[in-house]
Design a protein around this ligand. Structure first.
Ligand SMILES: NC(=O)c1ccc[n+]([C@@H]2O[C@H](COP(=O)([O-])OP(=O)(O)OC[C@H]3O[C@@H](n4cnc5c(N)ncnc54)[C@H](OP(=O)(O)O)[C@@H]3O)[C@@H](O)[C@H]2O)c1
Length: 251
């Protein structure tokens, strides 16, 4: 791992006292990151589309007697700015700060050429991967400002840093994600304690990867649980100096 200092290991209580919201927390990388954050002491707020999956993560955390998490069922493909403002108000009455925001939920859309990509697919991918993270970040800023040190992570992709044929809407959404990260990091640097970075997970064995590469044996790539220390580091105060960086989990 390139940005996690060699030999860095999270302490058992690394994230004690922190509240961290993770989108797409019911499956794949988001689920592994949410469980890892909870196992290192954080209160995690699990946002996702499928309530049953969020409840399963909640149950695991409760069975392990960790800090009680919150569940936020939310379909980012449908959510309006008003609904997210309401969510911000509700959260503001139950928590006094937000220490971490992991924008992880994304959709792949169709693996088609630009010529064949439908406008409906394009708009849906942009809504989930770009518009929703923009609106959610905006709504969460007051709670992020209230934290002594806050960390926002936008999840990117290799195709969000170098375009590739047939990855149209998804790749373009990840370029937008990188742009959003850079603009926000630049706005918040020096004057706030909020740091903002993007993270490219690299190939990881999840439903999305299996959908993108149906012919690839799933065991080709690591499971998300094997790589969670990158996210733990970004949520820990140890990464306080990192801001505005396009980071990669796997080199
Ligand atoms: N896996 C890789 O190899 C890889 C590589 C590069 C980048 N990434 C990025 O890593 C992130 C996580 O991907 P993953 O591989 O873990 O994918 P995944 O297994 O497909 O998980 C995606 C998560 O996002 C949630 N989600 C999707 N649409 C949503 C919506 N409309 N509203 C709310 N939640 C929604 C899903 O919820 P449901 O389960 O309820 O559908 C799921 O929990 C993504 O940003 C992806 O672009 C992954």
């Amino acid at each position: 791992m390139t940005f996690v200092p060699e030999g860095w290991h999270p302490a058992a209580d690394e994230l004690n006292g922190k509240t961290i919201l993770i989108t797409g927390a019911g499956d794949g990388i988001g689920k592994a990151v949410a469980l890892a954050c909870a196992r290192h002491g954080a209160e995690v707020l699990l946002l996702g589309r499928t309530e049953k999956k969020l409840e399963a993560v909640y149950d695991t955390i409760m069975t392990e007697e960790l800090v009680t998490p919150g569940i936020i069922p939310c379909d980012l493909s449908q959510v309006s700015h008003d609904a997210l403002c309401e969510l911000g108000q509700e959260l503001g009455s139950s928590i006094d700060k937000l220490d971490g925001l992991v924008h992880n939920a994304s959709i792949l859309g169709d693996r088609k050429s630009m010529a064949q990509t439908s406008v409906a697919t394009w708009n849906q991918v942009m809504q989930v991967n770009v518009n929703a993270p923009f609106m959610l970040t905006q709504v969460m800023l007051p709670l992020l400002h209230a934290a002594p040190e806050a960390s926002v992570v936008f999840t990117s992709s290799g195709v969000g840093r170098k375009g590739r044929a047939f990855w149209g809407a998804y790749a373009t959404s990840k370029f937008a994600t990188e742009g959003m990260m850079q603009v926000l990091a630049d706005e918040l640097t020096n004057t706030t304690k909020i740091r903002v970075n993007s993270l490219n997970p690299g190939a990881i064995n999840t439903a999305m990867r299996r959908m993108a590469y149906p012919a690839e044996p799933p065991t080709t790539n690591p499971d998300p649980e094997a790589l969670v220390s990158a996210w733990l580091y970004l949520m820990s105060n140890d990464s306080a100096a990192l801001n505005g960086q396009a980071l990669s989990v796997q080199s």
